[in-house]
Design a protein around this ligand. Structure first.
Ligand SMILES: Nc1nc2c(c(=O)[nH]1)N[C@@H](CN(C=O)c1ccc(C(=O)N[C@@H](CCC(=O)O)C(=O)O)cc1)CN2
Length: 292
């Protein structure tokens, strides 16, 4: 039987149309959701992603500000800008595009963003809240994967979920989200012994490593659901994931393509988080929207 292709563009289109309605409601209440994105330096891929964020945010009706800073920007200058945006009442979400130039300490910058405006979900307060099941802003890529699995009706209850990769941005929050849905979760990583023996246990296998061709048919149990978070380039410069997609089509029950799988969900969940942040600030803060 043909596998279900987990189509991130389709899921994104559906979620974005609901988010557009939610944005309209907030505007009618007197507040336009505001997103500020900071781009430091000349990384071309980062510039592409930031432009995609701008286009998506404006299409929904958000107020969007792009703060472009030169490669030589110091950490102190960047921290000062983040602190300014923390105080701006018309800004609900702040995102600093990663990676940052090497002379800037990424974690210090992440921690400078107010947790209430941390639409990437990377601040330790949000990470901690996720780990104990409290509401908070969630990391966009794993949150998007959960939305995708929900859209396609993938049952997680009691299932073996194996995540390959233990990054703070994808692997670890992915584990927390799957655990919340009662999956039995394993995180494999670069020191895992006999990786294929571990991944073959997976009903749901998520690869978030960034190594082209890492996951082959020898790593996958027949009928598994496979989610590819990898963003790699092949010899011709074409975008590809961690998973040997074509080889797995006859083996799996569902699979994400690259491009067109997880990637679009990352930006959709950023939009979702900005709306969540705006709603939360509207409910909890005493500030007046007229003070903009
Ligand atoms: N502050 C952050 N920095 C980075 C994040 C992040 O979530 N927050 N994630 C990645 C890059 N990223 C968003 O910033 C991102 C990557 C890829 C896509 C995407 O839609 N990819 C498309 C293909 C696009 C292309 O052709 O190049 C796809 O997979 O279909 C969206 C967002 C690192 N930095």
């Amino acid at each position: 039987m043909k596998p279900t292709i987990l189509d991130g563009r389709e899921v994104s289109a559906s979620l974005r149309s609901s988010l557009q309605e939610e944005c309209k409601e907030l505007v009618e209440k007197g507040h336009q959701p505001g997103l500020a994105v900071v781009l430091v330096g000349n990384n071309q891929a980062s510039r592409t992603y930031v432009n995609m964020k701008k286009k998506a945010a404006e299409a929904l009706g958000f107020h969007f500000e792009l703060i472009e800073l030169p490669e030589e920007t110091s950490e102190v200058e960047l921290l000062t800008i983040v602190e300014q945006y923390n105080r701006l009442q018309h800004i609900d979400g702040i995102l600093v595009q990663l990676p940052l130039p090497e002379h800037i300490h990424e974690q210090r910058v992440i921690e400078a963003i107010s947790p209430d405006k941390d639409v990437d979900g990377f601040h330790p307060v949000n990470v901690g809240r996720l780990s104990i099941g409290l509401p908070g802003l969630k990391s966009c890529t794993p949150y998007g994967i959960m939305k995708m699995l929900e859209y396609y009706g993938v049952d997680l209850e009691g299932k073996n979920a194996v995540i390959v990769g233990r990054s703070n941005i994808v692997g670890k929050p992915m584990a927390q989200l799957l655990l919340q849905e009662n999956a039995t979760v394993t995180i494999a990583h670069s020191r895992t012994q006999n990786l294929s023996a571990v991944t073959k246990q997976a009903d749901v296998l998520i690869s978030a490593v960034g190594v082209k061709g890492l996951i082959t048919k020898n790593h996958v149990k027949p009928g598994a659901v496979v989610v590819d978070v990898g963003m790699n380039r092949d010899e011709e410069g074409k975008l590809c994931g961690d998973v040997e997609y074509n080889e797995l089509l006859s083996l799996v029950s569902a699979i994400t393509p690259v491009p067109g799988g997880v990637g679009p969900m990352t930006i959709t969940m950023l939009l979702n988080n900005t709306i969540e942040a705006a709603r939360h600030r509207l409910l909890t803060s005493a500030y007046s929207y007229t003070s903009r």
